[in-house]
Design a binder for this molecule. Structure first.
Ligand code: SF4
Ligand code: SF4
Length: 114
């Protein structure tokens, strides 16, 4: 079992989740022109602790068997950080990133059909 970052993270990438992960298995693309600009969870490294999910202000993180249908393709997307690891680096928390308002969270979900 692994957890998955869905498209609700895209272009937000506030990194609030990163500090919660005990095994540092969040990854970010080195070149967002090459890969989608969001965080990725390595399915081979995630230990299924669930600590990151409540820390995500955009409510973008789901267990792989509970990902909403509208975000189903994001399960395979996360695995790209394992298969193309040379294109990724370990994500680092940036505590200065602004957090969204409840209205922004709702609007982001609507934008992506979630
Ligand atoms: S579930 Fe735990 S191990 Fe997996 S990404 Fe979240 S914090 Fe890291
Ligand atoms: S906290 Fe959520 S939205 Fe922010 S970077 Fe992590 S997964 Fe993406």
């Amino acid at each position: 079992m692994t957890w998955v970052v869905t498209r609700l993270c895209r272009d937000n990438v506030d990194t609030a989740c990163v500090a919660e992960c005990p095994v540092d298995c969040f990854y970010i693309p080195k070149d967002t022109g090459q890969h989608t600009n969001q965080l990725y969870i390595s399915p081979s490294e995630c230990i299924d602790c669930g600590a990151c999910e409540p820390a995500c202000p955009w409510e973008a993180i789901f267990k792989d068997d509970s990902v909403p249908a509208a975000f189903g393709e994001d399960v395979a997307l996360n695995a790209v950080c394992d298969s193309d690891r040379a294109d990724f680096e370990t994500a680092v928390e940036n505590p200065d990133t602004p957090k969204p308002t409840p209205e922004q969270v709702t609007a982001n979900k609507a934008k992506w059909g979630g």
